[in-house]
Write a protein that binds this ligand. Structure first.
Ligand code: EPZ
Length: 419
């Protein structure tokens, strides 16, 4: 089991090329099952969730290989339509494969994705929408047994802008006869990336980024070369690291508009954030004020995935910030670990009140989930003394070699593979 050893208190300086977006490449990998040909994905991050998706694609009969940051998927001959229980448990967001497998194979079997560290992760909106398109889905013994002899386009209104449900509908609708309209669609930038990928394959998808998306089904889809968008949550995480530790860091290849709510919170706390078309620069003296109020919401609201790293950055300082986590029930699991470092955080249901303290102390820390783990990394960089971070498998789901990135910025962090 690996651990990270971090010595805090060193400001960060330099430039970061941000990795490809996990939450874009996962639905894009699911979409490759639709292509009767080879898809070449550039800027594909080497993450455990990507490796889990590659295992699912191979289980379905696709050929997958990686060369550097390029992943090639050939789904010309798909032989399967089942995702094993073991792979579903490895990555609960594998449910995003359901729409694509149904579209390509006309049937699909996968176990019901359980909850995760963030609490229950229902998929009722996914199932309701796929049934509306004509899929027969039986939920038996913890498995989803699905068949879709014919999918027919229709208008689907989502009760809430679920990212995964929007993506599953987009994939299934490419094989539905006629037009599918998603009303109340998620507006995340990753949805736009998926639309661009599908259209490059020969699909006709319009409206991503707005709350109404139209998909013309029935078009043959071919292989394509595509570059995945940069990861806005990883970018936000490195901004929080610079805000907390102090310094001057520039992020390259990012769209500053996707970071506007995080930039606003860190600016309110005393950082200086300047942006050009594809670069965001953050300067910080390392001692922050508060950001008053941070409410998570569907895009373009404050991203729930950035809540934990931003909280870690604001834990050391002299201000007060009230967080309201509106997206997930259990997304404050990092708080107890931050309190062990000396943070002053009070949680009441969905509300967490963070009162900045003059300093945090290094400690032995356990990652609780992906973004909670990122928060502990941020806090350790700004703490006095040494921290040991365990449970790195959570981090590995979404961050590609984070220790290398931070060391290049001047941080003292090393990963120790324990025998
Ligand atoms: C995606 O998850 C992201 N994951 C999450 O990122 C992100 O936090 C989330 O969107 C919100 O932005 C990927 O893209 C792989 P949702 P997803 O469906 O699609 C409820 C990370 O850290 N809901 O938009 O699962 C659900 O319970 C991860 O990178 C239903 O009630 O999120 C939640 O409260 C964590 N029924 C809310 O909607 C459904 O059928 C938003 O979920 C589906 C969702």
């Amino acid at each position: 089991m690996a651990i990270d050893r971090i010595t805090g208190g060193r400001p960060l300086f330099g430039t970061v090329e941000v990795q490809g977006a996990k939450n874009s490449v996962l639905p894009i990998l699911a979409a490759t099952v639709l292509a009767r040909g080879e898809c070449v994905l550039r800027r594909c991050p080497d993450l455990s969730d990507v490796r889990a998706s590659a295992a699912i694609l191979r289980q379905l009969g696709a050929k997958v290989h990686r060369e550097g940051d390029t992943l090639t998927v050939d789904a010309s001959c798909l032989t399967g339509s089942e995702v094993s229980d073991q792979l579903m448990r490895e990555m609960r967001s594998s449910v995003i494969f359901l729409g694509g497998i149904l579209a390509r194979q006309g049937e699909a079997v996968m176990s019901f994705p359980g909850g995760c560290e963030l609490g229950p992760r229902p998929i009722d909106l996914h199932l309701k929408a796929l049934r509306a398109l004509g899929a027969y889905i039986q939920e038996e013994g913890g498995a989803l047994v699905c068949s879709a002899p014919a999918l027919t386009g229709c208008e689907i209104t989502l009760a809430l802008p679920s990212v995964g449900a929007t993506e599953n509908i987009m994939l299934a609708a490419t094989a539905a006869k006629g037009t599918t309209l998603i009303v109340g669609a998620a507006r995340e930038p990753e949805i736009i990336d998926l639309q661009n990928f599908l259209n490059a394959m020969g699909a006709q998808v319009r409206g991503a980024g707005s709350s109404v998306i139209a998909i013309e089904g029935g078009r043959p889809l071919h292989g394509v070369e595509y570059t995945v968008m940069p990861d806005r949550i990883v970018a936000a995480t490195w901004m929080c690291a610079a805000a907390a530790a102090g310094g001057d860091v520039e992020l390259c290849g990012v769209d500053y508009r996707q970071l506007s709510t995080v930039s606003a919170a860190l600016t309110e706390a005393g950082c200086t954030v300047t942006s050009t078309a594809e670069r965001v620069r953050i300067q910080s003296a390392g001692h922050l004020g508060g950001a008053r109020m941070v409410r998570t919401a569907p895009y373009p609201g404050f991203p729930t995935d950035a809540q934990a790293p931003v909280m870690a950055a604001l834990a050391k300082g002299c201000g007060v910030t009230v967080f309201v986590e509106n997206m997930f029930e259990a997304r404050y699991r990092h708080v107890d670990e931050l309190v062990r470092m000396g943070a002053d955080i009070r949680v009441e249901g969905r509300v967490a009140v963070v009162t900045g303290v003059p300093r945090l102390s290094g400690a032995k820390l356990m990652c609780t989930d992906l973004r909670g783990g990122a928060a502990l990394l941020v806090a350790a960089l700004s703490a006095d003394g040494e921290s040991i971070l365990e449970g790195l498998h959570h981090l590995d789901r979404g961050y590609e070699r984070p220790e290398e990135t931070l060391r290049a910025l001047g941080a003292q962090v090393e990963r120790i593979e324990e025998s």
